[in-house]
Design a protein around this ligand. Structure first.
Ligand code: GDP
Length: 295
């Protein structure tokens, strides 16, 4: 995960990690290299600049130059700042209502259906939860089939209505079905399109308004870098969602989305997807991610 970024940050910090003398020149060089590494990872220019300015300020404030172990101190500063940038603490999901309704949003191909299954499986394994999956993609019959396949795989019931082309009505019928059958979590998978468009935004917004979910989650493919961040912004403007799901972190992703999405939309990343299988789901821990990035 983020191999390139980790390598570049390691290189940037290497000068200070070693026994070489520490001075203002190589601290400045380190800061510059950190900024370059972030830009290469597809972090937005403004965020990279703000980040390195903060690191620099902190480093000078803590007097890295006169520290006994300036290298370690600098690594700690970068790690702490990365953790903060990615959201600080891990953020949970709100499951206090009965049933708790979780609305999934995102572009087609982002991994929504796969993640809906993973989340249902994750919650089912907690024993106290009995999830229901609801298929609200009325445009692609294959998407409904896909959710049924996933449901069968994990042993979770899937609600769908192939004769209905109104996603709001299907979502409402799904929730009624959950209430009548003792499901305490309802995960609603919605249609996505290949790019943000008005019709999609209106549709997801209508579903959102009609069912008032406890959690609205935005699913995004981490491989798409700054596009991921822009798409998140577009969805958040309409839905004011509660959290981000970052998928495909097992792939050759550069890291920009993980690092910058929180500061752009001010919503936490709640889970990550790390593979195609149903158990490839992890709670997102900013500190652990920072540790991984810095090795
Ligand atoms: P949707 O259109 O948003 O519902 O996206 P899908 O759930 O159909 O996922 C699109 C493709 O991405 C499928 O081939 C999934 O198997 C794959 N996929 C989803 N999540 C992950 C992940 O975390 N890692 C990897 N490697 N592939 C994933």
């Amino acid at each position: 995960m983020f191999n390139n970024l980790s390598e570049k940050l390691d290189k940037a910090l290497h000068v200070l990690k070693g026994h070489g003398s520490i001075n203002e020149v190589n601290v400045a060089e380190t800061i510059k290299e950190i900024r370059r590494a972030l830009l290469d990872a597809d972090v937005n220019f403004k965020i990279a600049k703000e980040f390195t300015n903060k690191v620099k300020e902190k480093a000078l404030g803590q007097n890295v130059l006169s520290s006994l172990k300036p290298g370690q101190l600098m690594v700690k500063i970068v790690k702490d700042e990365l953790t903060e940038l990615m959201g600080g603490e891990a953020a949970g999901i709100n499951l206090s209502a009965n049933p708790s309704i979780i609305l999934m949003s995102g572009l087609q191909g982002s991994g929504k259906t796969t993640f809906s299954g993973k989340l249902a499986n994750y919650l089912k394994n907690k024993k106290t939860k009995k999830p229901l999956l609801v298929a609200c993609d009325v445009y692609r019959p294959a998407a409904i089939d896909q959710l049924h396949v996933v449901g069968e795989q994990i042993g979770v019931e899937v609600f769908s209505d192939r004769d209905n082309n109104d996603p709001v009505a299907i979502a409402q019928a799904g929730i009624a079905h959950a209430k009548a059958n003792g499901h305490n979590v309802v995960i609603i998978d919605t249609a996505g399109r290949l790019a943000v468009d008005e019709a999609m935004m209106t549709e997801i917004s209508n579903i959102h308004n009609a069912i008032a979910p406890q959690e609205t989650l935005f699913v995004v493919d981490s491989m798409t870098g700054q596009d991921a961040v822009n798409t998140a912004k577009a969805f958040n403007d309409v839905l004011n969602f509660d959290g981000v799901i970052l998928t495909k972190l097992d792939g050759d992703t550069r890291g920009g989305a993980a690092i910058s999405i929180k500061s752009v939309v001010n919503k936490p990343i709640k889970f990550i997807g790390t593979g195609e299988k149903m158990d490839a789901i992890d709670v997102f821990h900013p500190a652990r991610m920072a540790d991984r990035i810095l090795g």
